[in-house]
Design a protein around this ligand. Structure first.
Ligand SMILES: Cc1ncc(COP(=O)(O)O)c(C=O)c1O
Length: 334
């Protein structure tokens, strides 16, 4: 008997749509491009963390937790969605937020920061950019335990083997949609931060023995560092799911050419990509993740790394609330 059991809450009704981006493909003179609209996932304002949280929050509830604790940047999408899941489940939520490396944190900032307050976050601990987020979360957890509460810590980005199950399930969803539409994809392009999205997708395609390759576009860090991080998570996800067979050496591919000066620091290519997709398809990307991921896709087409014959699926991982925190980047008529 198979001993493996997956426990999942459901925060989205049905699969997210896959749309063909004909005008964008035409503007780039490149491959056929489709987009998977994970920005339309359930919970407040959607995005990739919703899939991870379906498994993580289920685990928390099974352990009897009454408080979710997680961490991220001051405009963290993951924190917004963890809080939204907590609200949905009647749990409380505390956040550790790291201050930006450059510039000051604005206590009246819009975007995700506004939503933390709107959705009634219980506590925000603002820590310096170089603080140890894990230690800060454990301190909050111990304080909650002293009050007789049952806290559950969700790691940065929801990226552990439980969270990655959400993107294994997404790979399955993509394969089913591809079967139905007759559109097997050669490549899926996604932004990579904490790595759980990419690791889960790779695990899911390997489990299905699919030929679809995943290209991670770094939003921070080096290629080597990110590949090590994603591969480690892939192995842990494979162990949890009993994924049979060998994981090929080149299963994890990351590209660090589109990060620019660092995490959340804008690049010209990102601004061009966000504008191009808005103006050809009317779809909103974000400046921190999907804008840089799309800049990577465009760069790869221009360099000839993706050709006219390729069928490419861009994963829209969400994040659009952050768009409204950066009007100075996009308020122009050009
Ligand atoms: C909008 C968006 N896209 C992509 C990512 C990266 O996903 P992962 O952390 O699983 O690599 C994040 C992570 O916070 C995100 O918020």
């Amino acid at each position: 008997m198979n001993e493996i059991r997956y426990h999942r809450r459901t925060y989205t009704m049905g699969p997210t749509p896959i749309q063909k981006l004909e005008r964008l493909s035409e503007a780039l003179g490149g491959p056929s491009i489709w987009i998977k609209r994970d920005d339309l996932l359930g919970l407040t304002a959607g995005g990739n963390k919703t899939r991870k949280l379906e498994y993580l929050v289920s685990d928390a509830i099974r352990q009897g937790a009454d408080t979710l604790i997680t961490c991220g940047a001051v405009q963290s999408n993951h924190c917004r969605l963890t809080l939204a899941a907590a609200v949905r489940e009647g749990l409380r939520c505390q956040l550790v937020l790291s201050k930006p490396e450059l510039g000051e944190h604005d206590p009246l900032a819009s975007g995700n920061h506004l939503l933390f307050h709107l959705m009634g976050v219980e506590k925000i601990e603002l820590v310096p950019a170089d603080a140890d987020l894990q230690v800060a979360m454990e301190n909050l957890s111990q304080a909650a335990e002293k009050e007789g509460r049952k806290p559950y810590i969700i790691p940065l980005g929801g990226s552990n083997q439980i969270g990655s199950l959400g993107y294994m399930a997404c790979a399955d969803e993509i394969e089913q949609q591809a079967m139905a539409d007759g559109t097997p994809f050669d490549f899926v392009v996604t932004g990579t931060g904490s790595g759980g999205t990419q690791a889960g997708l790779v695990a899911g395609f390997l489990a299905r023995q699919s030929n679809t390759k995943v290209i991670g576009i770094n939003v921070s860090g080096t290629r080597e560092g990110k590949e090590t991080q994603v591969r480690d998570l892939l192995y842990r996800t494979a162990a949890l799911t009993g994924l049979q067979g060998k994981i090929p050496d080149d299963a994890v591919r990351c590209d660090d050419q589109y990060v620019g000066a660092g995490y959340a620091i804008p690049t010209e290519e990102m601004v061009e990509a966000v504008k191009l997709v808005a103006r050809t398809e009317g779809i909103l990307l974000d400046p921190v993740y999907t804008g840089k991921a799309m800049a990577g896709l465009i760069g790869k087409i221009r360099k000839g790394e993706l050709t006219r014959e390729d069928r490419v699926l861009f994963l829209h991982t969400g994040g659009t609330p952050a768009l409204y925190t950066a009007p100075q980047l996009f308020l122009s008529h050009q």
